[in-house]
Design a protein around this ligand. Structure first.
Ligand code: C2E
Ligand code: MG
Ligand code: MG
Ligand code: MG
Length: 288
């Protein structure tokens, strides 16, 4: 009876894992085809200044326009892409698309900094720096106009990632630490990397209006960043109360559904155009 129970347990433990492995392998095959067919699209979400409501930068966020399953979020495919290497060509397509879109906005009179996310294996890839430089040259973008976002937890354990970060810094490209505060090494990251922007994780923002501890963390990060000469962005600001607390904590900029959901390039350009001009400036102040 004991052996039978153990056998039964083993089946229960292993079968989901086997299914996961199969599903992941199938997904990897689909992802390679999706790269060939260029099925990845890029949405954009702005960051706005807490001082005057101006758009300080725009973040590129990848989606997979899957032929049958609709528009898929990174959570549906990025882990598998990262572990199978497909993230390299996906990342290149995102970078090229985002630089082309940023150049098109600039050519229509809206110049904003462009944030592009990069995974550890992208940063560790020996060609990443060359691809970035080529994109900047093709679209006549200033290196400082591009900011690469990296998550803190992944950077410090790999010399190849560290080297990739240094190549970017050498090009004059900016560096943002994403999801700041969620890794173990938050403070070490700031000490050892050429960071320009700190993006405070939305988990701190979620409690900012009610949790004393979250308020304290936001204020401490804002003060430390100011002393280090870094810009701060609060991620995931969803309501006016969170916005007010983030502002009071001294954070430089906000990003989140309250300002705008991630939108296609054309919509972002229309939104940008609506933010400039004197009436738009009055509306911005009226909002805060
Ligand atoms: P992230 O870089 O921290 O991006 C912020 C995520 O929060 C985005 O999810 C965004 O849609 C979502 N978000 C924005 N405002 C709010 C809000 O007010 N409330 C809440 N709850 N969420 C909000 P998304 O687009 O699903 O991206 C998830 C993650 O996937 C990103 O997190 C980033 O780490 C990664 N990612 C996205 N695009 C790329 C890419 O092109 N390359 C790589 N390597 N990673 C990417
Ligand atoms: Mg990001
Ligand atoms: Mg720098
Ligand atoms: Mg984040």
């Amino acid at each position: 009876y004991a052996a039978k129970a153990a056998g039964k347990n083993r089946v229960q433990t292993f079968s989901p894992t086997l299914l996961d492995v199969d599903a992941a392998a199938a997904l990897a095959v689909e992802l390679r085809a999706a790269v060939e067919k260029e099925q990845f699209v890029v949405l954009y979400q702005p960051m706005v200044s807490t001082r005057d409501g101006r758009c300080t930068a725009v973040e590129a966020l990848v989606r997979w326009a899957h032929p049958t399953r609709g528009l898929l979020a990174p959570a549906d495919f990025l882990d598998v892409a990262e572990h199978t290497g497909v993230v390299i060509p996906i990342g290149e397509q995102v970078l090229r698309r985002a630089c082309a879109d940023a150049a098109a906005w600039r050519d229509r009179g809206e110049t904003v900094a462009l944030h592009v996310n990069a995974s550890p294996s992208q940063l560790a890839h020996p060609r990443f720096g060359a691809v970035v430089r080529e994109c900047l040259e093709t679209h006549l973008l200033a290196p400082g106009q591009l900011i690469i976002e990296i998550t803190e937890s992944t950077v410090l354990d790999s010399p190849a990632v560290q080297a990739g970060v240094e190549v970017l810094a050498g090009l004059g490209v900016g560096l943002a630490v994403d999801d700041f505060g969620t890794g173990y090494s938050a403070l070490t990251t700031l000490r050892t990397l050429p960071v320009d922007v700190v993006k405070i994780d939305k988990s701190f923002v979620a409690g900012a209006a009610t949790e004393v501890a979250d308020q304290a963390v936001l204020e401490a990060i804002a003060q430390m960043a100011a002393r280090l000469g870094l810009q701060t962005v609060a991620e995931g600001v969803e309501d006016a109360e969170q916005q007010r607390f983030v502002e009071q904590a001294g954070i430089d900029a906000v990003q989140g559904y309250l300002v705008l959901h991630p939108v296609p390039a054309g919509e972002l350009r229309t939104w940008l155009a609506g933010r400039t001009g004197p009436q738009a400036a009055r509306d911005r102040f009226a909002r805060f």
